[in-house]
Write a protein that binds this ligand. Structure first.
Ligand code: GLN
Length: 527
């Protein structure tokens, strides 16, 4: 419902919105999320290079470490979302999460500042775990809350919501672009591993800035169309202080799990398995769900399973694909050698440029009644992903030792992967949003995040199989298949993504019927 003229009359002047434009609060959330994504993607862009070139870890270890870290990043929103709903509200959660992440980046700055004879010093390693632990916990509070606040600025059923999420997705990618560009330029300097610290410092400053901007504007701009403040602490919520006391425990658990998983035994994979089973049990044991509800929920679970294959291959970007750009690719353009980490930026550029185009394509097809159903679009996303790796296979086939590959192949890969992302990611969010019964809306969003967590873990594992020409170890083996060279490595993703695309395509008719049973309008893409 939009505010009536009478409502507007009663509100202070800054609350007056033009009905068709977006509330100013959206731009506040856009700016906050932009700085946060600057910090997340900016740091991630140089992380594996920092681990291998400054911390002197081998590529396989660094890959698994990256997978463990990003996996936990997607697991903690389960806890952060729960605490916000019951105790803290969105605003407090975002502020605390933002401060924790900024602190984490500054700790990484200190860790990276130990560079020199102390590069492999114990202190620098522990600071690394501490910094990443703070970011894992902070993200858990920040990410689910900022995403859900976008929708809260609108009345239920407001048709501007999809467009709002599109604008927000642009903010994500703009932040990723800025962060990636800056950290690559100031932190990823050939032959200067001590420079990584400046990347982390920049990310810490960006995150602090985002948190300050959010707090500056939150009371002024974050309200519903009728002027009620959004995201405040829930009424009657005790336990606010108790949660503050819990923070050191959460931090200790996050860094402990990361340390155990990377150095002792795989702990994150079983943790994810338990989380999926627990959530499935909580939902499917609810007797009040109708048969159609259950069908809709099953679609969410099935689709989430397939997207694991997408993100596991897609998230090679900051890991194996960056190793590739660093060692196997000619990065010189007009006489200037580009940093290896900067190529990941192409994803953000293609997404920002391609999102409006994609919206046009879907609308044009929709007008002719030919818009594909969501599962078909997602299968197309997987097929585009496979195509990206197929292009790479051509690039590295019969590669002679010492010869570097043209950057054309990696640019094409990022182009195809970004098109795939636009077919799958926003459509998936929209699908989850619309198929989930209201009482399980957050929990089912967590299932989507869990698919990301599993995929990132798998991405780290897959990247650890990257065939290192310098390594004296035997060739990595995956399910009996020997990965002797880059061609074999990229072929694995062509096969896995093609099989997943074909299966999803085959069952898409059945899934569409199950979605119809829920009797919800077909999900409209947000981009
Ligand atoms: N790029 C989007 C974001 O950062 C989606 C990432 C994902 O779901 N893996 O929010």
């Amino acid at each position: 419902m939009h505010p009536t003229p009478a409502d507007l009359h009663d509100l202070p002047p800054q609350h007056v919105e033009v009905a068709d434009s977006h509330p100013r609060g959206l731009y506040l959330l856009f700016a906050t999320e932009m700085w946060e994504r600057f910090s997340y993607y900016g740091m991630r862009a140089v992380l594996v290079l920092f681990l291998t070139k400054a911390m002197m870890m081998d590529k396989a270890f660094a890959s698994k470490f990256y997978g463990g870290y990003t996996s936990l990043i997607y697991l903690t929103p389960l806890i952060g979302g729960f605490i916000a709903d019951r105790y803290w509200g969105n605003r407090r959660s975002i502020t605390v999460g933002g401060l924790l992440m900024a602190a984490g980046q500054f700790v990484l700055f200190f860790s990276a500042s130990q560079y020199g004879p102390l590069a492999t010093h114990q202190l620098s390693h522990w600071l690394l775990y501490l910094g990443l632990g703070a970011m894992i916990v902070g993200n858990g509070f920040f990410k689910p809350n900022i995403s859900s606040m976008v929708g809260s600025l609108y009345a239920p059923g407001d048709t501007r919501k999809d467009a709002a999420y599109t604008i927000f997705y642009m903010g994500i990618n703009l932040g990723s672009f800025l962060g990636n560009t800056i950290t690559s330029l100031i932190g990823d300097k050939e032959g200067h591993p001590e420079a990584f610290r400046w990347a982390f410092l920049a990310c810490g400053i960006a995150m602090t800035f985002g948190t300050v901007v959010f707090n500056w504007g939150k009371s002024k701009y974050l309200h519903t169309p009728t002027g009620e403040q959004v995201g405040e602490t829930p009424i009657n919520s005790g336990g606010i202080k108790g949660i503050y006391a819990l923070l050191p425990v959460l931090l200790a658990v996050a860094l402990g799990v990361l340390w155990l998983d990377s150095t002792q035994f795989p702990l994150i994979a079983p943790l994810l398995g338990v989380a999926v089973i627990a959530i499935a049990y909580m939902i499917f044991s609810d007797k009040s769900l109708s048969g159609a509800d259950v069908q809709g929920i099953m679609v969410i679970f099935i689709v989430s399973f397939f997207v694991v294959f997408f993100w596991a291959a897609f998230e090679q970007a900051p890991a194996s694909l960056t190793f590739f750009a660093d060692e196997q690719m000619n990065r010189t353009i007009f006489g200037y050698e580009l940093p290896a980490s900067i190529f990941q930026n192409l994803n953000a550029i293609f997404v920002v440029a391609g999102a409006p185009l994609m919206a046009l394509v879907w609308t044009a097809l929709g007008k002719r009644g030919a818009e594909p159903a969501s599962p078909v679009k997602m299968a197309m996303g997987l097929a585009l992903l496979a195509a990206g790796y197929l292009v790479m296979c051509f690039g590295v086939k019969d590669l002679q030792p010492g010869v570097k590959v043209s950057m054309f192949f990696l640019v094409m890969l990022y182009f195809l992967h970004s098109a795939g992302e636009l077919c799958l990611s926003p459509i998936g969010l929209s699908l989850v949003n619309k198929l989930a019964p209201a009482k399980f809306a957050s929990l089912l969003m967590a299932v989507w995040f869990l698919a990301n967590a599993a995929a990132n873990y798998l991405a780290g594992y897959m990247s650890s199989l990257y065939p290192d020409p310098k390594s004296t170890k035997p060739a990595p083996v995956l399910l009996g298949f020997h990965i002797n060279n880059l061609y074999d490595f990229f072929l694995v993703f062509v096969v896995s993504a093609s099989v997943a695309a074909a299966l999803l395509f085959l069952i898409s008719g059945k899934l569409a019927k199950m979605m119809d049973a829920r009797n919800y309008p077909a999900p409209t893409p947000s981009v």
